[in-house]
Design a binder for this molecule. Structure first.
Ligand SMILES: NC(=O)c1ccc[n+]([C@@H]2O[C@H](COP(=O)([O-])OP(=O)(O)OC[C@H]3O[C@@H](n4cnc5c(N)ncnc54)[C@H](OP(=O)(O)O)[C@@H]3O)[C@@H](O)[C@H]2O)c1
Length: 382
């Protein structure tokens, strides 16, 4: 290789004092392409200085050989396979590295909140942004989403906006691919978006299909599409489905369906779909009032009943595999869903949700149903 010296005016001489230790004891250094050449020599040098060194190489055989040769010199370093030209290899390396060294900075924790242009979702985005997380605010209307973003900006809070209509599979697909391009990974998903078309004392099921599609199939489809992107580090990925007490099993009087939902061992997605389709059929043929479905906001309650059941199935699927799945009922909250009525505000709720989704991993449950209480949160089996 021909070698040309840079022009003199472009040369800055790097300081090169003898090394004296300034770094903390546990300083972790990653060196890529380190099975030979400069990378290998550097790993050796850093290991001699007592740093925690991660030697990476694209070939496992060559990487392990390098590791073994260092061992013969009494030097102990860590090895991980990493091909820097392959995005999948990078992602796999980052998650294995995180698992081994547990260095996840809260600032890099990526959280997605759906239906976040107003109400509880908006308050939650604000709370999480204040805590310094990387927050993705999503909303079905771009105008309302951008307005929310701008209003946060006036408070000095910077979040990311993506449009997402959870009732539309195309919108979900477009969101997931744009999100993947921008962030690659997600740590926390909060399925908050939902609709109800009833005033507080009404119980019409005219919009049952939209309610089920938005409140049950929406979070389910989004979750399934995002599952491969969960970082699942040693700190665990977290999914929180904002649900409602109206969808708890004690509101359901139909014995056959109750029995099916209580049989956790055999509960599966097909059975939940069957239940939802049965409800929609009952709505169509006008028999829904006599079939033992929940009696308050029936279509909404069935959508949350299905969401709770799906959360239970998902929690079981990922138990012990770095992903916790829980539901949360915010209680009677002053938002547009309740016509502004309620016993507490959206920001009271946001404060509690933030605490729950950021629980230390050893205190993080899965498959639970949290309920917002006046001065504490209780949780029970889903
Ligand atoms: N408020 C309560 O008392 C209460 C009680 C129990 C549970 N909850 C639950 O709490 C969550 C938040 O509700 P909230 O009280 O904050 O109600 P809200 O103020 O009406 O907010 C609902 C949010 O969901 C969005 N949304 C609706 N359909 C959507 C779709 N297809 N795609 C994307 N976003 C959509 C709305 O967007 P638009 O502005 O575009 O409509 C809005 O941002 C819901 O899951 C609700 O079921 C609320």
């Amino acid at each position: 290789m021909s070698h040309k010296e840079p022009a003199a005016e472009n040369i800055v001489v790097a300081p090169c004092h003898p090394i004296s230790r300034w770094w903390p004891k546990e300083t972790v250094v990653i060196v890529t392409g380190a099975n030979k050449g400069i990378g290998f020599a550097l790993v050796k040098q850093l290991a001699k200085l007592g740093l925690t060194v991660v030697l990476t190489a694209r070939s496992t055989i060559r990487g392990v050989e390098a590791l073994e040769s260092l061992k013969t010199e009494g030097l102990h370093v860590h090895f991980f396979g990493l091909d820097v030209s392959d995005p999948n290899s990078i992602q796999a390396f980052v998650s294995r590295f995180q698992e081994a060294f547990g260095v996840v900075d809260i600032l890099e924790t990526v959280v997605i909140v759906t239906g976040a242009n107003k109400g509880i979702g908006f308050a939650l985005v604000k709370q999480l942004a204040k805590l310094g997380l990387t927050v993705v605010l999503t909303a079905r209307s771009t105008i309302r989403g951008v307005e929310a973003l701008e209003s946060l900006k006036t408070e000095g809070l910077h979040v990311h906006f993506f449009s997402l209509d959870v009732s539309d599979p195309n919108s979900i697909q477009a969101f997931v691919s744009r999100f993947q391009e921008a962030f690659g990974v997600v740590d926390i998903l909060i399925n908050n978006a939902a609709v109800s078309f009833n005033d507080i004392n009404e119980n019409s099921v005219k919009e049952a299909e939209t309610v089920i599609r938005t409140n049950f199939y929406g979070p389910k489809m989004l979750t399934e599409a995002l599952l491969p992107l969960f970082r699942r580090s040693s700190l665990a990925g977290r999914i929180l489905n904002v649900s409602s007490r109206l969808g708890l099993l004690d509101k359901l009087k139909n014995p056959k369906i109750k029995e099916m939902l209580l049989d956790e061992e055999n509960l599966c997605e097909e059975k939940i779909d069957w239940m939802v389709n049965l409800f929609l059929e009952n709505v169509k043929n006008g028999t829904w009032k006599s079939q033992g479905w929940p009696q308050i906001w029936t279509d909404y309650a069935v959508s949350k009943l299905a969401l709770n059941a799906y959360s239970k199935v998902l929690a079981k699927r990922y138990k012990g595999h770095g992903l916790s799945v829980n539901c949360f009922c915010p209680g009677f909250t002053q938002t547009s869903m309740t016509g502004g009525k309620g016993t507490h505000t959206a920001s009271d709720v946001a404060e509690v949700i933030a605490r729950l989704v950021l629980l230390p991993v050893e205190e993080l449950p899965t498959g639970k149903f949290y309920v917002f209480g006046s001065n504490h949160v209780i949780y029970s089996k889903l």
